[in-house]
Design a protein around this ligand. Structure first.
Ligand code: ADP
Ligand code: BMX
Ligand code: ZN
Length: 290
């Protein structure tokens, strides 16, 4: 059976066709529209899937946000231009006429990455450092989704009680410091207005402020990983997202993690499926593999 897998992130939308042996083909991407109303997202999704839907028998969505009963509920609406609520499953069913499943993006990616480990570990955590900071927990071989879909939202744990306010309503969340948006928001002077991608390029060119912003992110992420080890006793943490996978970032996180006591040390590795982890995890869940 062919699955139309869709990944909805705060920055980009991706879609691909996935066959039963988890091979992805015909990948497409579009920018995520930033709008408080659902219409722009609905139209963008329609454009994204139009060339693919006729070749699929089902739809599997990995999406940013809490996914409850097929509905996207933003914990941090700032990541989606203020959008709070979007009927994901109903919308994709209406567009494609196909049975549709939806799951949080980091939870989906955790499931794909757990499979890629091929039984090496029963307890692992996936963290995406992207527009936001998301997480997915696999405990004793089972994906933990939570009674209301909130499980694994590690980006909204505390990094700095005096830090900036997060769009979720708390102050000093890991996300507001470590995420792509958090890195960009803290940029001043000649870096003001740059996105995280540009800030990584400037750091590579020797810009001190850019390097400081990336260190601030990696330090917060390392402390989150130590907290996560204390909470879950995971055997491995897999890092994804465009910031998480950016050159040099994981090595920096490793350096900060090494400064924590031994009990909090845990193996870190980059996502095996790179930018497709969410897409493939959603497809695996649709195959009934859970
Ligand atoms: P999404 O959040 O939509 O899943 P990404 O994983 O691509 O998308 O994360 C988007 C964030 O990553 C943005 O803040 C963007 O500036 C940043 N980014 C994109 N490409 C790179 C790169 N090559 N290096 C560092 N940061 C990047
Ligand atoms: C936010 C939250 C999470 C998501 C994470 C990473 C929203 C809209 N999203 O913490 O559900 O998993 O961002 O999302 O509240 P991404 O867009 O960076 O991939
Ligand atoms: Zn928050």
């Amino acid at each position: 059976m062919t699955t139309l897998a869709i990944d909805i992130g705060g920055t980009k939308l991706a879609a691909t066709l996935v066959d039963d042996d988890l091979i992805a083909h015909d990948r497409r991407e579009l920018a995520t529209p930033a709008s408080r109303t659902p219409d722009a997202l609905r139209t963008a999704l329609q454009t994204l899937v139009a060339p693919l839907a006729s070749r699929a028998q089902r739809v599997a969505i990995a999406s940013t946000g809490i996914i409850r009963d097929g509905v996207l509920l933003a914990i941090n609406p700032d990541n989606l231009g203020g959008l709070l609520h979007f009927p994901l499953v109903d919308t994709l069913q209406a567009i494609t006429g196909l049975p549709t499943l939806a799951v949080n993006d980091a939870q989906a990616a955790a499931w794909a990455e757990y499979h890629a480990l091929r039984g090496d570990y029963r307890d692992m955590v996936f963290i995406t450092v992207s527009t936001g900071v998301g997480g997915g927990v696999v405990n004793d071989g089972k994906l933990v989704r939570g009674s209301g879909g909130l499980a694994g939202h590690l980006g909204h744990t505390l990094a700095d009680p005096n830090g900036p306010f997060c769009g979720c309503g708390r102050r000093g969340c890991v996300e507001v410091i470590a995420s792509g948006r958090g890195i960009a928001a803290a940029a001043e002077g000649e870096l003001a207005g740059c996105d995280a991608k540009a800030i990584f390029i400037r750091a590579g060119q020797g810009d001190e402020q850019a390097a400081r912003l990336i260190h601030r992110s990696a330090g917060a992420l390392a402390r989150l990983i130590a907290d996560t080890k204390a909470t879950t006793d995971c055997q491995c943490v897999v890092i994804g997202g465009s910031v998480g996978l950016a050159e040099g970032y994981l090595a920096l996180v490793e350096t900060y993690l090494a400064q924590e006591p031994q009990v909090y040390q845990v193996r870190l590795q980059p996502a095996h499926y790179r930018h497709d982890a969410g897409l493939l995890g959603a497809a695996l869940l649709a195959q009934g593999d859970k």
